[in-house]
Design a binder for this molecule. Structure first.
Ligand code: ADP
Length: 294
């Protein structure tokens, strides 16, 4: 199965003609509220892609927390390790413009309480096939979970988003690093994507750089080993595309798929997700991914 240690937020999404500048007020053309957070999105994506999935994260004792718990339960996700924090449930304020580009502000709230792994958390990480994490919870927790899972020989995956410098100890515990172009350049410390990607590929056995509508590039043992083209689709909202990719990829690997096949499965899942508004509502189920791939 797949275990995710990560964030959960309520996303408040406004459709706007363009992203407003400082001091500017715009009228939105639409307003909606969705479950979100990279951790939760990737958890839903892994579960819908067919993997038995466990989520380790935190929500508040509030209405938003109940909403997120219900979302997880609806997709048969194991929530027995979910923490209830005294802080408010995390919230993200998202604007999506006419070109499907977005601008986002996040209030972490309860996500700051995903700290100190319990014995039950450790037991879960020691028996999982795949551990998938992101960088929206405290970095120390990410580091600790990676170490526990790596020691137990789980496949440890990090989606290094939002971009942040990665400690050497964490890098040493990773089997797969997944980044978009922006994150690759920041963490790989170069404005040139090829240079940055090569830097990352020298640090982690497998690195995937997602390239938006161009698909993704796969690296293994320091060298680029292939590219997966994304199907041509009409994108309406790319929020959660990377999350869908990561969750579907983790599910495929947990199911025994080869590296390239898992990346292809994930590419089709992500392409489906950009064709509808919102992150969670647009995450496809396994049957839809397989149909798109056929
Ligand atoms: P992020 O969402 O993290 O910024 P990307 O923009 O690289 O990441 O998108 C992640 C994946 O989503 C891509 O590798 C691709 O498979 C898919 N994707 C994103 N945008 C499109 C698009 N316009 N058409 C088809 N697939 C897309």
């Amino acid at each position: 199965g797949v275990t995710i240690v990560g964030s959960a937020n309520i996303d408040i999404v406004y459709g706007v003609e363009r992203i407003p500048g400082p001091g500017e007020t715009l009228l939105a053309s639409s307003a909606a509220r969705y479950p979100g957070g990279k951790g939760l999105n990737q958890t839903v994506a892994a579960a819908r892609a067919g993997a038995p999935t466990t989520f380790i994260g935190a929500v508040g004792h509030d209405e938003f927390g109940e909403e997120l718990l219900a979302t997880l339960t609806d997709d048969q996700i194991d929530t027995s390790l979910l923490r209830r924090s005294t802080r408010a449930t995390g919230q993200a304020f998202i604007m999506v413009d006419a070109n499907a580009e977005n601008a986002i502000v996040v209030s972490p709230g309860a996500n700051a309480d995903v700290t100190a792994l319990t014995d039950s958390d450790r037991a879960c990480l020691q028996s999982t096939g795949v551990l998938l994490m992101q960088l929206e919870i405290p970095l120390d927790t990410v580091r600790e979970a990676a170490a526990v899972a790596h020691a137990a020989r789980a496949t440890v995956m990090l989606n290094a988003a939002p971009a942040h410098a990665l400690p050497a100890q964490l890098l040493a515990d990773l089997d797969v690093l997944i980044v978009n172009e922006h994150e690759a350049c920041l963490i790989g410390a170069s404005d040139d994507l090829a240079t940055a990607s090569a830097t990352l590929a020298a640090l982690v056995p497998r690195v995937i750089v997602t390239l938006g509508a161009a698909g993704c590039a796969l690296y293994e043992d320091g060298a680029e080993v292939g590219r997966v083209a994304a199907p041509r689709v009409a994108a309406v909202d790319t929020t959660g595309a990377g999350d869908t990719f990561c969750g579907a990829f983790a599910a495929a690997i947990s199911d025994g798929a080869a590296y390239g096949d898992a990346a292809e499965f994930a590419t089709h899942a992500a392409a489906l997700s950009v064709q509808a508004l919102g992150a969670v509502p647009s995450i496809p189920v396994r049957a839809a991914i397989e149909e798109a791939r056929a």
